[in-house]
Design a protein around this ligand. Structure first.
Ligand SMILES: Cc1cc2nc3c(=O)[nH]c(=O)nc-3n(C[C@H](O)[C@H](O)[C@H](O)COP(=O)(O)O)c2cc1C
Length: 425
C-alpha cells in the first residue's frame, strides 16, 4: 500500500519528507510550528503577513507604534493617501523574524516563507522588494509567492546574491495563472523550483471566484502535471487544499505529485499560534459553520467560520498603525465600505457587512479562517469530560500524515502524545 513515507520530495538538490506546512497568517504558522516541520524532515512556512506587528508581539519592537505616530494626522479622516510604510522598517522587522527562526533550525527539513502579493502596503513593488530581500538576507531556505500572479516579483530581486540559491516557488490555482507567472519567470531566466497547486477547499484566501464549487484539486493538479510534461519541465508539483488524511496525501503522491501542502489539521496543534480558545472553536465546528465570504479587503474570497467576530464589526479603519491592504493611492475596499455605512442616532457607524478591516481583525485573531474540512478536526482527537478537545502535538499530526494507511487518523494516547515514538528521519 502506498503511504506518504514511501515518497521523498527532491527539491533544489535536497531530499525531504514530502510534507509541507502551508503559511498561515497572521501569526498562526509561527516559529515553533515550522521548527517542528523542519526537525521532522519536512518543510514549514512562516508567514510574512503583518511582519511589523508580529515582530512587535515577539520582540517588543515598536514598528506599529512608530508608524501610527508618523501618520497621526489622518486618523480621523478617510483620506489615507499619505499613509506609507518605511521600507527600511519593513526590512528590519522581516529580518528579525527570519534570522530568529533560522538561527534555531534543527533537523533535515527546511523553513520557507509565504509572501502574499495582495498585501499591497501602499507601495506594492517597494514593500514587496523589502520583504523578499530581508527574507533572503535572513537566510530563509525558500520563498513561496502567494495570493497574486507575481508577474514582476522575481524581477524585483533578480540581482540578489541568493536569487538562484534559495528555493523559490509559487501558489497557483490554475494552469492559466501558472502560465502567466512562467512568462515573467522566463524574462529573468529563473524557473520556479516548485509549484504549489491550491484547490478550492483550502483555508485562507482562495484563487477562485464565487464558482469555486465547480473546481476540484485533483483535476487542476493533473492539468498542471500534463502541462509540465508537454513542456518537458521537471518542476515538482505540490497539491494543497482539503488533503485531510495521510491516504489522501499518498494518493496525490502516487499520481505524480512531489509533496503535499497542509494547514487545517495543524491549526489545532499546541505549536500553532492560534489562541487556545480559538482552537476549541475550530475543533467544535460543524459543516454548516463554514462559509466562503467576500468580506476580505484583498478582493479574494476567504473561507472562515460563521462565528468569526470580524463578521459583525464597525471598527474604524486601522491604516495608520497597519495599512497592509492600502493601494498606492491610499484606497482599500474596507475604507469604501466603511464610508458607505450610515451612522446611528448617536453618530456611531452601523455594522459594516460587506467588508472587514483585514489588518485589525487578523491582528486580533478575529477571523477564523480555515479549510473546508475544519469540521472533521473533532475526529482527530479525544474529548475531555468537560467537553474540551485535547490539543495535539505538531509531531503527532505530522507523523499521522506520514504513516497513515486506509484513511485512518490516529488519536493521541491519553497523555496527548503519539502512542509510539517514531524516530526522526
Ligand atoms: C488558518 C489558515 C491560515 C492561512 N493563511 C494563509 C496565508 O496567510 N497565506 C497563504 O498563502 N495561504 C494561507 N492558508 C492556506 C494554507 O497555507 C494551505 O495552502 C491550505 O489551507 C491547505 O489546505 P488545508 O487547510 O485543507 O490543509 C491558510 C490556511 C489556514 C487554514
Amino acid at each position: 500500500m502506498n503511504i506518504v513515507d514511501d515518497h521523498r520530495l527532491l527539491l533544489s538538490g535536497r531530499e525531504y519528507v514530502p510534507i509541507v506546512i502551508g503559511g498561515m497568517g497572521v501569526n498562526i504558522s509561527v516559529d515553533r510550528l515550522v521548527l517542528e516541520a523542519c526537525r521532522l524532515g519536512g518543510i514549514g512556512h512562516i508567514s510574512d503577513a503583518m511582519g511589523g506587528h508580529v515582530a512587535d508581539q515577539k520582540f517588543g519592537t515598536k514598528f506599529t507604534k512608530i508608524k501610527a505616530a508618523r501618520h497621526r494626522a489622518s486618523r480621523d479622516s478617510l483620506d489615507k493617501s499619505a499613509v506609507k510604510f518605511d521600507p527600511q522598517e519593513i526590512y528590519q522587522a522581516q529580518l528579525l523574524l527570519v534570522e530568529d527562526v533560522m538561527g534555531r533550525k534543527t533537523g533535515d527539513g527546511a523553513i520557507f516563507i509565504n509572501i502574499m502579493e495582495k498585501l499591497t502596503m501602499g507601495a506594492s513593488a517597494d514593500t514587496l522588494r523589502a520583504r523578499v530581500t530581508a527574507a533572503l538576507d535572513g537566510g530563509i531556505d525558500g520563498i513561496t509567492l502567494s495570493a497574486g500572479l507575481h508577474t514582476n516579483t522575481l524581477k524585483l530581486i533578480a540581482d540578489h546574491p541568493r536569487f538562484r540559491d534559495a528555493s523559490i516557488g509559487i501558489i497557483v490555482s490554475s494552469v492559466r495563472a501558472l502560465k502567466i507567472f512562467l512568462r515573467g519567470a522566463a524574462r529573468v531566466d529563473r524557473l520556479p523550483d516548485y509549484v504549489i497547486v491550491e484547490g478550492p477547499l483550502a483555508g485562507g484566501h482562495l484563487g477562485f471566484g464565487e464558482d469555486w464549487r465547480e473546481y476540484d484539486l485533483a483535476t487542476i493538479v493533473s492539468d498542471v502535471l500534463r502541462y509540465f510534461e508537454s513542456e518537458s519541465l521537471a518542476i515538482p508539483v505540490i497539491p494543497a487544499g482539503g488533503i485531510f488524511t495521510g491516504t489522501d496525501a499518498a494518493e496525490f503522491l502516487g499520481r505524480g505529485a512531489a509533496a503535499v501542502q497542509l494547514a487545517t489539521r495543524f491549526t489545532v496543534t499546541r505549536e500553532s499560534g492560534l489562541p487556545d480558545k480559538v482552537k476549541q472553536i475550530y475543533f467544535g465546528a460543524d459543516e454548516d459553520d463554514v462559509i466562503v465570504s467576500s468580506m476580505s479587503a484583498t478582493g479574494y474570497p476567504l473561507r472562515m467560520l460563521t462565528s468569526s467576530p470580524c463578521r459583525h464589526s464597525n471598527v474604524k479603519p486601522q491604516c495608520e498603525p497597519f495599512g497592509y491592504t492600502l493601494s498606492k493611492t491610499g484606497t482599500c475596499l474596507y475604507l469604501d465600505a466603511y464610508d458607505a455605512v450610515p451612522v446611528d442616532e448617536r453618530g456611531q457607524k452601523l455594522e459594516v457587512r460587506d467588508k472587514m478591516c483585514l489588518c485589525y481583525h487578523f491582528s486580533k485573531y478575529n477571523c477564523y479562517t480555515c479549510g473546508h474540512y475544519v469540521y472533521r478536526l473533532k475526529d482527530t482527537t479525544r474529548r475531555a469530560a468537560d467537553g474540551s478537545y485535547e490539543l495535539l502535538s505538531a509531531e503527532h499530526v505530522f507523523r499521522d500524515y506520514q504513516f497513515s494507511r486506509d484513511h485512518e487518523i490516529r488519536l493521541p494516547d491519553a497523555a496527548g502524545e503519539p502512542a509510539e515514538k517514531v524516530p526522526a528521519v
